[in-house]
Design a protein around this ligand. Structure first.
Ligand code: FES
Ligand code: FES
Length: 160
């Protein structure tokens, strides 16, 4: 079947099977490999994107369900001039990544959080990230990055 959607502001379409996941459509159909696949069982959060402005694990929905939606992936998060967005810059500045595998999903989750809660507490940040796993950082620097991106003091409790 054919699906059409807007991805990072660009109208795209493609043929998919009923079982094709949105994550596969984005990676294999559109070449947007910044959306990572860590499990394909809705546990790791590496595949997180925004669908119509809502945070979604793209391995948890079928592409066919997404006809007519607007999707934002990590490739759509940079500023128009190609520079890093404030959230991405904060991850870099506060060493919120090591191997980087979880990072696209973390950035997308962080952006969704700050949209609905622009000044979260560290506890709220941690709670929001419960669906995003990182095996490298111990999460402290990710929390620091998100607190910095929200314009708040970086908490001492989230020390390196
Ligand atoms: S690949 Fe989607 S949650 Fe892990
Ligand atoms: S930075 Fe390696 S999994 Fe998070």
């Amino acid at each position: 079947m054919k699906v059409s959607m807007k991805v990072n502001g660009r109208q795209v379409s493609g043929e998919v099977e009923g079982r094709t996941l949105l994550s596969a459509f984005l990676r294999e159909g559109q070449g947007l490999t910044g959306t990572h696949i860590g499990c394909d069982t809705s546990q790791c959060g590496a595949c997180t994107v925004h669908v119509d402005g809502r945070q979604v694990k793209s391995c948890s929905i079928f592409a066919a369900e997404c006809d007519g939606v607007e999707v934002t992936t990590i490739e759509g998060m940079a500023n128009a001039d190609g520079s890093l967005s404030a959230i991405q810059q904060a991850f870099q500045d506060h060493h919120g990544l090591q191997c980087g595998f979880c990072t696209p999903g973390m950035v997308m989750a962080a952006a969704a959080l700050l949209k609905e809660n622009p000044k979260p507490t560290p506890a709220e940040v941690r709670d929001h990230l419960h669906g995003n796993l990182c095996r490298c950082t111990g999460y402290h620097n990710i929390v620091k990055a998100i607190m910095a991106a929200s314009g708040q003091d970086v908490p001492a409790m989230a020390a390196e």
